[in-house]
Design a protein around this ligand. Sequence first.
Ligand code: ADP
Ligand code: MG
Length: 393
Amino acid sequence: MSLRSIEEFDLKSKNLFLRLDLNVPLNEGEITDETRIMAALPTIQYAIDKGAKIVLASHLGRPKTDEDRKKLSLQPVAERLGELLNIEVLLVEEPNGDAPKALLSNLKPNQLILLENLRFIPAETKNEKSLSEKWAQFTDVYINDAFGASHREHASIVGLPKLVKNHGVGFLIKKEVEMLNKVLKGDDKPFVTVLGGAKVSDKITVIEALVNKVDTLIIGGAMAYTFLAAKGICVGRSLVEKDKIHLAKELLNRFKVRGKELLLPMDHLVVSAIEKPGTALKTENDNIKDGYMGVDIGPKTMDYFCDVIKNAGMVFWNGPMGIFETPEYSKGTFAIAEAMANNTGLTIVGGGDSAAAIAKSGFSQKVTHVSTGGGASLEYIELGHLPGIDILK
Ligand code: ADP
Ligand code: MG
């Protein structure tokens, strides 16, 4: 069974429970990055235009103490949504109380309801049926557009749609699933996957899921050093997961047996101390001398990787090529972003830091899709499904 999109429901004067991912970073009550709010707007605007009576719901951070509760209120998000949509946003302090139902009965067309941070109520994360039942009392249509939370078995993600038979997905999830399904199918050839980031252990399941589908796997970032070490190459003091060297050997062999390419850096940017970016040096080849550690891929590697990326039918990229947060170590990561932008096929970026990196590079608009899902997108690639999506099928 396929997913039903929000467009398939009659929303006129219907009570719509819209689960969003409005989990934006805050600094002293100021929203520091509104990507997630902007990404949610098309679905909200569509529901407004169709005359739905809207209850928005989202989590924000991981509140534990009373102090956290003050810091993690959705109040700043309510204000911003009000401005962006030119509508009155009524913030309901108790998501599990009777207020939403009462407000809905008299809701005006230029008003919508936003429930306060769902994680303020333990019943949400515990997926307690009583909470879902409370929401189901007033919900005619349930729409999930919170891809970044769809790997969680929480009340607003799986509990409520179980009780509301009119359930479906918003525009954001529709696109996420469509794009990530293309990665899972791997039909657009040659299919190149670029992996990087800090740890091999974070990405093993992704590699396992894609090993049969990719034509070429490019590995950069700190992950690469474990693979280079597995090939017996000196990596100096670079980050290596010793307990993963054996697995890296096995993966190198699997690629060889299948006649597929697994590309590793052929030169590096290295330093003797991370906090001294001014002292960074380029290596001659893939060897790193004792006392030095790799912080980015080198220029030869950039050219080599970028050439492969430019000529691919589809590229999936997860994980930066170096410590891109430090400008001196960001060239390799930004070069990949640019090569993705110059590719005319399908280009898909997944992962929280990778999404931040491509945004920083200025090339976000030039790729086919940047997943806002963070951990959820990787889990979807690994498993091919998510609890919050399964329940809507
Ligand atoms: P994503 O969130 O996109 O899945 P990861 O969390 O796996 O990406 O990896 C991002 C982190 O990897 C960044 O913080 C970056 O600094 C780090 N990283 C990349 N290359 C290196 C390196 N050579 N040494 C240390 N850390 C690295
Ligand atoms: Mg990360």
